[in-house]
Design a protein around this ligand. Structure first.
Ligand SMILES: NC(=O)c1ccc[n+]([C@@H]2O[C@H](COP(=O)([O-])OP(=O)(O)OC[C@H]3O[C@@H](n4cnc5c(N)ncnc54)[C@H](OP(=O)(O)O)[C@@H]3O)[C@@H](O)[C@H]2O)c1
Length: 317
């Protein structure tokens, strides 16, 4: 089988281009001179609607698909609306992966999440840890949907020879992040709280937990760059981790955030609140073996994100 060749003339559909990861991938493709990047707003194409997806693929026949559309949320939303998370994500993935295969897409990149790995997986987590133990319960429906998606890609690759593979990022932050109190992840949640504390001259920001858990963070633009590298240079099937290898404790993250936001009060920790998983670091050697490295450290990434956040806040006013 000759491997497909992704080039600047390829017709590339970025599903979920309005989201944090999808918008970063779209920006990266445009910056790299890709001329035929295809996008649709959620309001114009609901990917959970099989008929609409079929019509879209029949008309457009994209050569490359990046599946960055998903129903995504933080702990609160995940634990209170698990049914919505599993239903929406199963529908989106099934519709897009199957239509892409049937309409001749040559390469498909499916975005998963590190929550697919077992709760007690040995660290750093290798791709082979998949399905080797029980999962974290708080986002089980979401994680199971993602596991179904990556298994679907692997099964279509195995049975039909479809060139589909799955990318598992660590925690992503950056331009386009979600700052909603229920839907935000750790970085955007902290940024918002420090920002509001600075504006209202609060004396302290209280951070949940002991501050000791370690998290691996990747800037969305760096993840987009990793995805482009994989589209160009990776022709294996299955799952590949896409982390930065940059690990930071919640305590240090809070202190860097305080400095980036310019908050002058105190930072305290509330150990009566849950810490969550103590450590989540992925083994990214498959990706780094391709020569890929992140371009930004955490402080530089947070400065870029905060500049974008404050600008978008002032535009709203
Ligand atoms: N954020 C992270 O830390 C992180 C970490 C690891 C992996 N990932 C993965 O990366 C992918 C993208 O995440 P993200 O953070 O960029 O999420 P996001 O900002 O919420 O973006 C998701 C995008 O999907 C669209 N979408 C959702 N349901 C749709 C539907 N039924 N039809 C059409 N479009 C739909 C959304 O549009 P609307 O907003 O209009 O609904 C949005 O543009 C996900 O697969 C996620 O698992 C993210």
């Amino acid at each position: 089988m000759t491997e497909p060749h992704v080039n600047t003339d390829s017709l590339i559909y970025v599903a979920g281009h309005g989201g944090m990861v999808g918008s970063a991938i779209t920006r990266r493709l445009h910056d790299a001179g890709y001329r035929n990047v295809l996008t649709r707003n959620h309001s114009d194409l609901a990917l959970d609607d099989a008929v609409a997806v079929e019509e879209f693929f029949t008309a457009e026949r994209p050569e490359v698909v990046v599946l960055a559309a998903a129903k995504v949320g933080g702990i609160v939303a995940n634990s209170s609306r698990g049914a919505d998370f599993i239903r929406e994500n199963l529908k989106i993935q099934t519709n897009v992966i199957d239509a892409a295969y049937r309409h001749g897409t040559e390469k498909l990149l499916f975005l998963g999440s590190s929550c697919i790995y077992p709760k007690f997986a040995e660290q750093p987590i290798v791709e082979e840890a998949l399905l080797s133990g029980p999962l974290e319960k708080t986002n089980l429906p979401y994680a199971v949907a993602k596991i179904a998606g990556l298994t679907m890609c692997a099964a279509y690759a195995e049975q039909y020879g479809f060139n589909a593979f799955s990318v598992m990022p660590c925690n992503v932050y950056g331009i386009g992040d979600n700052f909603h109190p229920e839907h935000s992840h750790v970085v955007a949640g902290l940024m918002r709280r420090f920002h509001e504390a600075r504006l209202s001259n609060q004396p302290e920001v209280v951070v949940w937990g002991t501050g000791s858990p370690l998290r691996e963070l990747i800037d969305a633009d760096d993840l987009a760059d990793a995805c482009l590298t994989l589209l160009l240079d990776y022709d294996e099937r299955g799952v590949i981790n896409a982390g930065s290898g940059q690990e930071i404790s919640i305590r240090d993250l809070a202190l860097v955030m305080k400095s980036v936001v310019g908050f002058e009060g105190d930072v305290t920790f509330d150990p009566s609140r849950p810490d969550g998983t103590p450590r989540k670091l992925m083994d990214n050697s498959k990706l780094t073996d391709l020569g890929w490295r992140p371009s930004l450290g955490i402080e530089a990434g947070l400065k870029k994100m905060y500049a974008w956040f404050t600008e978008s806040q002032s535009e709203k006013q």
